[in-house]
Design a protein around this ligand. Structure first.
Ligand SMILES: Cc1ncc(COP(=O)(O)O)c(C=O)c1O
Length: 723
């Protein structure tokens, strides 16, 4: 049972904001939500029916629950109804505030009141909190009087806002209505002379979260940092969701004979709140983008099912995650409904799509990037006694693939500038035993492949043997090197990729080996499937195995017959996964673009900090930014990486370390006698590196939050140290 500091009381839990807040805060607080007429069930939250104008019932519930935070969202919001039914409006919008204040008197509870932009008259626009309040209608007046009641309680917070978002009820917020109409191809009319600074409910929830942490009190405007007309708002939604803008027509508020007057420029100046919280509120465009991304992640459905916006899920920003949309789901469902769910037509279709995208002649898709690395080594005939050289700063799979084949993994130090393997170090490690080199395009940025290629060709001559180049491009689908797509195999024998969910595209688990070489292609296919072939040119016996005398091998053709001619594995990937890969690959350019936009924000935010180094970008490479790794000078900042990671985790930001130098892993130290000190540059890098969140489904306001939390955490640490 939570203590009182973790109890939150929300009125209007069946409404748009109340419901979204409940979902957002449910992992942080024990929540009791009140509804008046629309019962809602939200997983993990207690809801109770209560008419908030019923003084005694409200008092009883509050006293029993004894909350630490009260967010008062309930109110009558239908402006025309408020105008005509003034006594009900007064009871709900004004007197209930008085009831709440009475109920919590003597309690150490924080009251947050959700007010409205309609307290202003909407004539001059860009209203600050110190501008005169002059509501044009009874709704605005009742909310203003409600504010006055709330402010009688010391330490209360009033937020004047205007919201849009995803409703739990069938009632639609402006954003939802616009979408529904556009989706159905219906024409809509929107006011071109009614301006606002609307904010997305989840963004507002975050602001409230930070306001509680900062114990903010007083009156604040809380909306977008900019404004637009409702007509422009509809157009912005249409372009974000890619609907036909021409369905939207501009109209004037003056053409309508509303019962209640409406302000035209209800735009908010939010500087006071931004300054007080040291937090950047989103623009309308950023709010719409978050609204869109949550839609793509299935939030509206979750809200409707009462599974809701868990703070865990929506306040928590992982360092990476997949993005599955409805098209992907439909594609997978179509294969599940078909006759073939494992080795059907989708496997080859995905291979074709990958080779077309990368420019490599062949693609062999398999069950993981690790499996892809393994069969690439097998195809290159890596075996006992051989050495395979790779980078120490990569996932262990880049080296393990050599060990699977009985060979030894050798680590060449990284170039401190690029964090990729240094070609010069690689050259030093190549010897007569070297069978393959595996340059890893770390974080998405390609290695210096022409130099590596030249070095390997020179060494092949020197040692008179073939040395294979296998690019580990598990991070680099969608990256370019010297205008070629990574994966084109222009400077290598094979390129390996992974479709794990944090990568650019996902198949759940999955991977591919790309190659231009016929022989390697055949061998890759063999090792993917137990070493079995159905290609009669590869048969050792043909039908002679059964009828040595009757049939000649050349004339043999049969669907059922196969031969196992080597020792392979079951590394097959299914049709279900491949159809997901095909659907995802269609969106790779969007994914690249979305990541790049976040990268620009990060570069700007961290680029001028003397204690932090942003990722190096070579002119020859265009990185897909699989990861965004910052190098922190933790010693000079005076904090441990662990402290920063833990503090950020507590604030809902996940970071990760990519990577611990492989040769320092216990397995490698025990088996191969490697140790700390082997690759000094890798170790210097390892001490400083920290990957911060970056994924396509991330919104710009998520990125702003990451930036804010990192700066704020570091500042707080430094301040505390000085004290
Ligand atoms: C550089 C690198 N190589 C190989 C792999 C292995 O890929 P998978 O997880 O698909 O087996 C990964 C996975 O994260 C990786 O990052």
């Amino acid at each position: 049972m939570a203590n009182n500091n973790y109890k939150m009381f929300i009125t209007g839990v069946s409404g748009l904001l109340g419901n979204n807040l409940a979902g957002y805060f449910k992992d942080k607080y024990e929540i009791l939500g009140l509804y008046s007429s629309h019962p809602v069930a939200i997983k993990g939250i207690i809801t109770e029916k209560c008419d908030i104008s019923d003084d005694s019932l409200l008092r009883k519930i509050i006293k029993q629950f004894c909350p630490y935070v009260i967010i008062h969202c309930a109110s009558l919001t239908n402006i025309d109804q408020c105008e005509t039914d003034r006594s009900l409006t007064r009871r709900v919008n004004v007197l209930s505030n008085k009831n709440i204040i009475d109920a919590i008197s003597g309690m150490d509870a924080k009251l947050i009141y959700i007010s409205t932009d309609a307290v202003y008259d909407g004539i001059k626009g860009n209203f600050s909190e110190n501008n005169t309040v002059n509501p044009l209608n009874y709704y605005g007046l009742s909310k203003y009087e409600g504010e006055l009641e709330v402010l009688k309680k010391e330490n209360s917070l009033v937020l004047r806002t205007n919201i849009f978002g995803w409703n739990i009820q069938d009632k639609k917020s402006l954003g939802e209505w616009i979408l529904e109409e556009l989706m159905a191809g219906r024409r809509i009319n929107c006011f071109a002379d009614a301006y606002f600074s609307s904010i997305y409910t989840i963004e507002l929830s975050r602001v409230i979260d930070i306001a509680i942490q900062n114990n903010l009190s007083g009156i604040y405007n809380c909306g977008a940092t900019n404004s637009c007309s409702k007509y422009e708002f509809a157009c912005k939604i249409a372009s974000c969701f890619e609907f036909d803008k021409t369905l939207i027509a501009p109209i004037s508020i003056d053409d309508f004979d509303f019962k209640a007057k409406r302000g035209k420029k209800l735009t908010l100046n939010v500087n006071k709140l931004q300054k007080e919280l040291d937090y950047k509120l989103p623009t309308i465009e950023q709010s719409i983008e978050s609204f869109y991304k949550d839609y793509k992640c299935g939030l509206p459905d979750m809200i409707k099912k009462g599974q809701s916006t868990s703070r865990e899920e929506f306040n928590f920003i992982p360092y990476g995650r997949h993005w599955i949309d409805e098209n992907d789901i439909q594609a997978v469902a179509s294969v599940l409904r078909s006759d073939r769910i494992t080795q059907g037509p989708k496997v080859e279709e995905f291979e074709k799509a990958l080779s077309e995208y990368t420019g490599a002649r062949y693609a062999v898709v398999v069950s993981s990037g690790t499996a892809a690395l393994h069969i690439a080594c097998l195809a290159a005939n890596v075996k006992e006694g051989d050495e395979v050289i790779t980078s120490p700063i990569t996932f262990v799979a880049s080296a393990n693939c050599a060990i699977y084949c009985g060979a030894k993994a050798i680590f060449a130090d990284i170039d401190p500038k690029t964090s990729n393997v240094s070609p010069l170090e690689l050259e030093k490690k190549i010897n007569l035993n070297t069978r393959a080199v595996i340059p890893v395009h770390f974080a998405g940025q390609s290695c210096d492949m022409t130099t590596i290629y030249e070095i390997v060709k020179k060494k092949e001559k020197e040692f008179n043997k073939r040395i294979f180049i296998i690019e580990d491009a598990c991070h680099a689908l969608g990256s370019f090197y010297k205008s070629n797509k990574v994966g084109s195999c222009k400077f290598s024998d094979m390129t390996v990729m992974s479709f794990h969910p944090v990568k650019h595209i996902t198949t759940g688990e999955g991977g591919v080996v790309l190659t231009d070489d016929d022989t390697l292609y055949k061998r890759l296919k063999l090792f993917r499937t137990h070493g079995i072939t159905k290609d009669q040119d590869e048969f050792i016996y043909g039908k002679n195995v059964f009828h040595p005398s009757s049939l000649r091998k050349e004339s043999f053709a049969s669907n059922w017959y196969y031969e196992q001619i080597d020792l392979g594995y079951n590394y097959r990937i299914t049709d279900v996964q491949c159809v997901l890969g095909i659907s995802q690959l269609k969106k790779i350019e969007d994914y690249r673009k979305q990541r790049r936009e976040i990268v620009e924000l990060y570069n700007k935010a961290f680029g001028n900090n003397e204690y932090i180094r942003i990722p190096f970008e070579s002119e020859e490479c265009d990185s897909n930014f699989h990861l965004y790794v910052l190098l922190f000078d933790f010693e000079r900042i005076g904090i441990e990486r662990e402290q920063l990671m833990n503090a950020l985790e507590e604030r809902g930001i996940q970071t990760q370390v990519h990577y611990i130098p492989i040769y320092t892993q216990p397995f490698y130290r025990k088996m191969f006698g490697t140790n700390w000190g082997d690759c000094p540059n890798a170790e210097k890098y390892y001490k400083k590196c920290l990957s911060i969140p970056l994924f396509s489904a991330m919104s710009k306001s998520d990125a702003e939050r990451v930036i804010f939390e990192i700066h704020d955490t570091i500042e707080k640490f430094c301040r505390d140290k000085k004290i």
